[in-house]
Design a protein. Structure first.
Length: 642
């Protein structure tokens, strides 16, 4: 790509960075004579329209943002299969590089950088833009200590569709929020969480959560309590310690609710490190695992509250009297019923129910089990279903159990199978193989056959296909077959001979050979050379990788500029020769002498290098023999015939 000129103005000079989706080049803008940064989407993503849109969205997301702490966007364009964004060139380092070089940073410097980052995010949030990928790699620090936030490639408006249940989690694992890790709704508090993680890293020199795979890191964001930064670096102010902990609360409702709030506290701590930061959490409340709220739980809590209210307030005398009278009435009725029952039993002969053995019903369908029990003078009641490896509707448990003693007419309560438990297959496409294995393990699924294939759009060692497909319901332990990418297939082609060919024919030949073209021109006054290629950077017949760039040069005809020569009329031939020689033009005296005065020439203008011919000239007057003798003829005219 070095040497490529984009948009007829941006010449790529050197590669200065690379990310997951794009490469960044330092470029010379020939129109404004300055250096810019050009971000180019990697070729393996060019055919993915969603990623191309996301890439271009970065430019539209922040093009109208005006803030000293946000990298400016100057231009966006497409040239062939190259998608690029032109940005402000910032001379300095990323915050990640600064942290690596210094380890932990002094807290005064941390507060300075954090305040500038917060101002950039405040500008974005005021314009309804959420960054969603705040991390040290996306924060530039100039040589003067000015912080510039960049890379709004996955930014979104809070008014746009949320990513609830999104199959692709956006962001960087070490810095994204728990809600991003879960793929649920995000808002401005997501950026606040990421800023808190960046603060944590600046203060301690390390990220709060780390693991071997991004999936494991994501789980830690959701589940694992954080070690307070003050336990790692004791000399930081308690105010800064509380600010960081409040910013990285797992529940968004417990965090700072706006970037203005955290910016206000950062400025407060800068002025007075002993400032009080309101933070209501307690040490053992970083992560809380609760049962889901159900109606039963609500009722229990409601009953408990009612009982508590009764016990606190007590009952009125009227209420107490009503309750006592009601209890007496119930007691009288109950005694009457009991007496009638005892009298009835005493007048009837006793008949003992016949004892039976519960027959074998396990594994039978509920219809079959019911018939077997009824044939054995027993009744059946289905009291529930449970998932199991038995066919749906099959009896899997009973009370009393088969083989136990029951009495004739008793009810045997059974539980039937609800079918084999199923799991929804996760979407693994585009996921690295190592991470895919971790994801399958968390879903109680197994890795099946692993094949590989070339792909122009999926990165090497990432998943291209899966079987079963995503979202399909399968049994626990099902094997998922995977096809992983071997990266782009390297195909070669022979360079055709294009020198001497017309530029259009040359372009066609190079495109047919699946080669890219970089053209430049040179002017010529020779009309026969117009549009003819006179140079190609790679010799014909050489094999190169498809998609390689061939530099070609061709002529463009420019009509020569004509020079006016009419001013030599009236001048002596010798003087006219000197004048025209200075202009690069020859003079044909046509037999006239050097001292003859030109009266007429064949043309009034001629191209450089051309010749002017004298048509007629006037002889000098014959009054001075010395003059005549001293005249030096130039191609003296022939004497006329007698």
């Amino acid at each position: 790509m070095i040497g490529t000129i984009l948009g007829d103005r941006y010449e790529l000079i050197e590669k200065i960075g690379e990310g997951g989706m794009a490469e960044v080049y330092k470029a010379k803008c020939h129109k404004l004579n300055r250096f810019d940064a050009v971000k180019i989407l990697k070729k393996e993503f060019v055919s993915d329209s969603e990623l191309v849109d996301k890439f271009k969205k970065e430019a539209t997301a922040i093009a109208n943002l005006s803030d000293n702490n946000i990298v400016n966007i100057f231009d966006v364009g497409t040239q062939g299969d190259i998608n690029y964004i032109v940005m402000e060139y910032v001379k300095g380092k990323t915050l990640k590089e600064v942290i690596r070089e210094n380890g932990r940073l002094p807290y005064e410097r941390v507060l300075d950088y954090a305040t500038q980052i917060a101002r950039a995010l405040d500008c974005a949030h005021r314009n309804n833009i959420i960054h969603r990928d705040v991390k040290p790699q996306n924060i530039l620090v100039t040589e003067d200590g000015i912080v510039k936030v960049t890379d709004f490639g996955i930014a979104k408006s809070p008014d746009s569709t949320t990513i609830t249940n999104s199959k692709k989690i956006l962001g960087s694992a070490h810095y994204f929020s728990p809600e991003q890790a879960k793929g649920t709704y995000v808002d401005v508090r997501t950026d606040i969480y990421s800023l808190g993680i960046v603060l944590y890293e600046m203060v301690t020199g390390r990220v709060p959560f780390d693991a071997e795979s991004p999936v494991s890191v994501a789980l830690k964001h959701i589940q694992e309590p954080v070690v307070p930064p003050k336990q790692i670096v004791e000399n930081i102010p308690e105010s800064l310690n509380k600010l960081i902990l409040k910013a990285i609360e797992k529940e968004p409702i417990k965090r700072y609710q706006s970037i203005k709030d955290i910016l206000s506290d950062l400025i407060k701590i800068q002025k007075n490190p002993n400032s009080e930061i309101i933070y209501n959490n307690v040490d053992n409340d970083f992560t809380r695992i609760m049962d889901p709220v159900t109606e039963d739980l609500v009722y229990e809590e409601s009953d408990s509250n009612d009982k508590s209210e009764i016990s606190e307030k007590g009952l009125s005398k009227k209420s107490k009297k009503a309750i006592i009278l009601s209890l007496i009435g119930v007691l009288v009725i109950s005694l009457g019923v009991l007496s009638a029952y005892l009298i009835d039993r005493s007048t009837k002969p006793k008949q003992e129910a016949k004892e039976l053995t519960v027959p074998k019903i396990m594994g039978l369908s509920k219809e079959e089990a019911k018939k077997v029990l009824e044939d054995g003078k027993l009744k059946m009641e289905v009291v529930g279903t449970d998932k199991s490896d038995k066919p749906e509707g099959t009896v899997i448990d009973s009370n009393p159990k088969e083989g136990e003693v029951a009495k004739e007419g008793d009810i045997v309560r059974v539980i039937v199978s609800g079918g084999v438990p199923t799991i929804k297959v996760p979407d693994l496409k585009g996921v690295d193989l190592k991470d895919a294995k971790d994801i399958l393990a968390t879903y109680n699924l197994e890795v099946g056959n692993i094949d590989s294939a070339f792909s122009d759009t999926v990165a090497k060692d990432s998943i291209i296909k899966q079987d079963p497909e995503a979202d399909k319901q399968v049994e626990k332990g099902t094997k998922v077959n995977l096809v992983i990418s071997k990266g782009q297939e390297i195909k070669v082609t022979k360079v055709p001979k294009v020198t001497g060919a017309n530029i259009q024919d040359a372009e066609g030949a190079l495109r047919n050979a699946k080669l890219n073209i970089n053209k430049s021109t040179e002017e010529t006054s020779d009309k026969s050379k117009d549009q003819r290629v006179y140079y190609q950077s790679i010799e014909p017949g050489i094999e190169v990788k498809e998609g390689s760039t061939i530099n070609i040069k061709y002529y463009v005809y420019k009509e020569p500029e004509k020079i006016k020569v009419g001013d030599i009329v009236g001048k002596k031939v010798k003087e006219a020769q000197e004048i025209l020689a200075q202009r690069g033009i020859g003079l044909n005296p046509n037999g006239f002498g050097a001292e003859d005065t030109i009266e007429k020439i064949d043309v009034n203008e001629v191209v450089s290098g051309g010749t002017v011919t004298i048509v007629s000239a006037k002889k000098p007057e014959q009054g001075n023999n010395n003059n005549n003798n001293n005249q030096n003829p130039v191609n003296p005219p022939q004497k006329p015939n007698p």
